[in-house]
Design a protein. Sequence first.
Length: 479
Amino acid sequence: MKEKSLAKNYLFNILKTTMGIFFPLITFPYAARVLGVDSLGKINYATSIVSYFLLLSMLGLQTYAIREGSGCRDDERELNKFGTEIFIISSLLTVVAYVAFFACLMLVPKFTEYRLLLVISSITIVFNTLGFNWLYNVFEEYAYITMRAILFQILSFAALFLFVKNAEDYYIYAAINVFASAGSNICNFIRVRRYIRLFPGGNYELKRHMKPIVTIFGMSVAGTIYQDSDITIIGYMNGDTAVGLYSAAVKIMYLISNVISSLGAVILPRMSYYMKSGKKSQFDRLTGQTISFVLMLTFPIAAGVFLLSGDMLLLVCGWQFADASPALKILAFNIILSPLNGVVVNQLFITMGKEKTSLKVMVVSGLFNIAANILLIPMIGYEAAALTTIGSEIIVLVLFVWYSYREVPIKQYFSGTVQYAAATFAMAAAVCAVKSVTTGFLVFVSIPVGACVYFGLLKLMKNELLEEGIHMVLSRRRD
């Protein structure tokens, strides 16, 4: 297979992620105002519960399939066999997940009032199995993935404004969210025969996949726990209003950090291919560039969110969510930590075959998150969940350094950190100056001013990554 341009892949993925941000920026304010805090809290609570069963149905398959599939994508016979085995395992896990889901639906009293919402949200489980998303990542089909996602976002956007008219329409809103992912996965299933032939015959070796899949599943469980347990625990201890406020802060944080994290989805297949092909120098160079790129973007963005948290909540969610500002200020630090740890755990360690090390790291951070949430949320409130999230991410980063400092050039990976920090402090001063003289359109004024100061200083300091990017752009224009 011809090697595709990583830059183009990333641009397509950035476009998909940006549209994933752009549409919520339009739809979420409308939904927040029409449905209100309590209804949104119910939807987010139901979604957080279903996420556990969705995780069970996936069992680490996505990451494992991308890693192994990238290594055999040039061997049609082996890829057909591998794809069939993954589909069989995924189908069996989906059945198990639904059995567990409906058992909990009948046995857990708390779920009674959310029953219909939970059933609607659970539809994503079966369509996720049919989606074969890993296969399109293996072949780096980011143009198709992006166009497909945008199409269903537009359809969902239209459905929202047509059918969600008052606070009682939150069931419809939940169904529209499901439609966006289900429709994409149906398209994937229809097109899958272009890449592999399912059930080609022969002996299928399911057992060979189980050990690494279970290990990666353990990582996913731990990751989901410290990503979703906060909302689950807040729902039990503080109610729907607290969930709605905290969810607003989390949504803004993830809308931003997911743009950066989208780079990881692009580089995982390529890093896996380099590692399995013995191209260690290309692997090391790509890893270093990726970490440096993540740091260069996340430092100023995190500072901007911290300084403009109240204005961003007012702009995106409305005055009802103003009390979420302290939580968003805390979660701003996660805009740096989450994408960085995503590269470390999901790209670097997984492609190196160190999923057991990743599992240890994720289990420790997940256990910390649960214990800290149970202890602190009753004492402090939902803001405690933001603190425990940051604590969990710091634990992941510290343990990564502990386990890997002898095997990877950590100092080289973080060589530009001092420059990024210095430019960020200068940018923050500029944003504070803007705040002191501007009252209206603060976010729209602060962003271009801060960006000019930040990247201007990096250019003066001759930052290596920025200089390389500028040179690449100018070279292509000349060509």
